[in-house]
Design a protein around this ligand. Sequence first.
Ligand SMILES: [Zn+2]
Length: 380
Amino acid sequence: MDQLATGARSRTVAPRFSPGLQCGNRVDIQCPECVCEAERLYGFTVGLVWHAFDFVTRCPVHESSLRNGGTRSLLEVELNNVRTRGARENSLRFAQRVRDILQPGSQRPPWARILGQLESHGFLTQEGRVRLVPLDQAFKRFYSDGFEDVRQDWLVKNVSVAEVCVRAAARGRAIHPVLLILLEEMAANVDSVVRQRSFHLVPDIAFKADAEAVMAHRAQWGAHLAANPGLTRTQLRRTATATWAWLSRNDRTWLLANQVSATKPPGGRPPAQLPGPLLDAIRCNTTDLRYSAEGREPLPSAYQERLGFGMTEYTYDRVARTLNESTAHRQLPANRQVFVTRRVARATADPACGGTQALSVIARVARLRPETLVDFYQPT
Ligand SMILES: [Zn+2]
């Protein structure tokens, strides 16, 4: 995948998002119309990679909303719940670009394609560096309608995608394919959107100050940066207060794009935030996502719930901790009584029991060991 992304060597072969943002198990996600077609053509159902790809909520061919066709992607489908027209259109375009990128054949590495597009739309400086501030603004504007998947919706509104991609590329690291696809879709179409919404890359300086004064101050600041390569952002500001203040008042966008990067705060990086919409979706969820065969009471463990969520252990534990251990169906062994009692109640109501009170028969129908039943079941 890193070859696909940048053509460069990278530390991680498959880049992942932070916990809660990274998608879980998506193997059971299907398009109802693709399923019908496959059954007609081959006599069985096939899973399609472009449906299982992160954050895809619609079939790129039939445009229909994807559903869960098994037991392993229940939460993934639950998280597809932003119901606006703009989100639907963005999600469909994303799905179609995913399909295109998965087509076999030799393609130019996406990062090179993206840089080419960005250059033609004026997002690169003459030295070939990406203008991060205007690019980030244009990106947020382009995707302001969001996406159907709550996590992707959160991602485009809260993460500086352009900055993450540029930094990773500068260090020769792999870039998450979702970010590349988002950026490429934007870079390919931004022109029309930008013009339509009259968004100016270069601020209209005629209203703020004389163009000559702008150029003079830009030149002063540029010379100051070049003369003092070792100074921090604050030190640079304090040693050229007048120029900085003038540019800050009259040409702020340019100034922000032409500063040295901020010094890192001391201490390690705090763990990435869990997306709020993901936590809300789990908190409000009323469907039991655990596997249950033939309508029997699902096993009451956190493990079963984690499988139902399709999450890694680390993400699940963080979600459970954040929600104060109160996910809907997380039960501890202390609740074994509840579990056995419910299974026995269903078994005795089952015609297979034939109204018997024999422990061995009830145990067989409930699929529990007779020893388990003895402690909890009192024949009436
Ligand atoms: Zn389809």
